[in-house]
Write a protein that binds this ligand. Sequence first.
Ligand code: WT7
Length: 655
Amino acid sequence: MSHDRIDSILQEERQFAPPPAFTRLARIRSASELAALRDRAAADHTGFWADLARGELSWHSPFQTALDDSAAPRYQWFTEGTLNVSYNCLDRQLANRGDKTAIIFEGESGDTRRITYAELHREVCRFANALKAQGVVKGDRVVIYMPMIPEAVIAMQACARIGAIHSVVFGGFSAESLKDRIEDAGAKLLITADGGHRGGKIIELKAAADKALSHGCASIEKVIVYKRSGHTINMQAGRDVWWSDAVAAQAAQCEPLWVESEHPLFLLYTSGSTGKPKGIQHSSAGYLLGATVTMKWVFDIRDDDVFWCTADVGWITGHSYVAYGPLACGATLVIYEGSPAVPDTGRFWKLCQDHHVTIFYTAPTAIRALMKHGDAIPGRYDLSKLRLLGTVGEPINPEAWMWYHRIIGHERCPIVDTWWQTETGAHMIAPVPGAVPTKPGSCTLPLPGIAADVVDEQGNSITKPDKGGYLVIKKPWPFMLRTIWGDHDRYIKTYWGKFGGKYYLAGDSARRDQDDYFWIMGRIDDVLNVSGHRLGTMEVESALVAHPRVAEAAVVGRPDDIKGEAIFAYVVLKGERPAGGVDTALTEELRAWVTEQIGAIAKPDDIRYADNLPKTRSGKIMRRLLRSIAAGEAITQDTSTLENEAILLQLQGKQ
Ligand code: WT7
């Protein structure tokens, strides 16, 4: 589609009303139904959430207090209540959905498995018993470093069943990153696999785990290894146990451990503006409530749906919309292990066709990457079962939105653009698809009970349309993070410092239009969004300076058509700058180095060598200037405060 055509569509039909065929069967069918929910939330914020918590979750013992804010900003929801998350996801379904498919799995090479709720319950129980047999007790941390296979979900659910706190580390992270996370969490047990499959290759998970454990991770007592790839790996006697051996003698029943609402369900590490990722700590009851209600409000989940969220369980999206939300709603979900480009870029659409996917949720970066290959590829597949599409992770550009709408959704499916974060636990600003008209590029309106606002430097609401400001949440919500593991001060400073403890600071800038629709403009901190994943510039800088030849590094984002942001690094070497600022061999070495330090997602796209970094006289690196240079823009900033103005030509690659 031409840009002119897109522009004209955007001008003529800026709003896309909920399609009548969708609305007819939707859970929430009209603006007035949604308004009733909002009004109820506005009238009694905690009462609104308390009613939902009573109605949506199965409690072992009821809670008395909806919200305890006596230790704010450590908010506590539904205290005195006890429940079990795994019970809510599995046992609850057995009576009516025991034989229903819970998980449809497909591996990259096309191997498939279907697991019913009864089978999933059994496997989770057996693995929970295995964990207990290995000495795991309530509150212990368990790190999960797995390929995208059902066992990753089984491992998470098994932890939840016995009150162990899981911390999933994305399989694309390096040994070094794995080690840091294991050590920060003080994990007792690691669950991994011999290897996973992606892009036709074997991802050497066990080898990376061995490397992590060989130079640290003293807290790890046992490693459970699932056999997936079947290739030869090292097993350390006394420490490493095959999954199949660990579960062999275990009973298929395991009483769920009833835990307090606030008991930590998991930690998930995410990047911030320092070099060290932070362990975001989530609760049990409040978190599960968020995953559950948003499955209903935003995904309109029904019993006959086949729900596919393409995220890996290593990210929050894979927690809320693979491992927990769909199961808590008794839905059928799809898990795919491999790459969207194997054997060709039609794979996602073939999966949608073959498994009759009705709800499809992915990242704008994936949409843009697949769009590049043209309309003919999705055109080969029957996508008629799709009824709802979703996006997450970054703002979606209108061109990609229109392609998704026309070529994938056949103009029949609403698109839910969902704004949220690792910290928020579940969707915060997103359309309720049967009730809210959508606009390409906007995540639309806050969900009921979510007090999102855009404020100025002083914390005053910005009412003028289209004026940007800080995105904040003005009231606590049940699925919010509780703290940063081991660093409550950092939690208070990062999220509550800016507005005197009153508002949660999301770290994004946003504006609202004349219809009060939210438009996310980008991060306000030194955090990049690379392919929908958060990455701290400091993290990449620390990795670079750990290399023996690097003296100093500054990392910024450069706009990228597919990835959203590409990683651009300016490097000052110890010793001479390479002639003409080019050293291809060293560049490759540094790229490989960062991959080893963090993971392939952090690999710099561009490295430029300079004698110096542009600093003010007080020694502050002028990042805005570096961003302009990376983007190839003309320099409009005032460079008179620059200590070493001559460096600009080098940085621009002109010298
Ligand atoms: C950051 C959170 C939430 C799961 C995936 C990322 C950006 C997220 C959107 C959206 C515009 C978005 C924000 C946010 N973001 N969703 N729909 N529109 N921006 O989780 O790694 O915690 O990153 O992703 O900048 O702060 P995350």
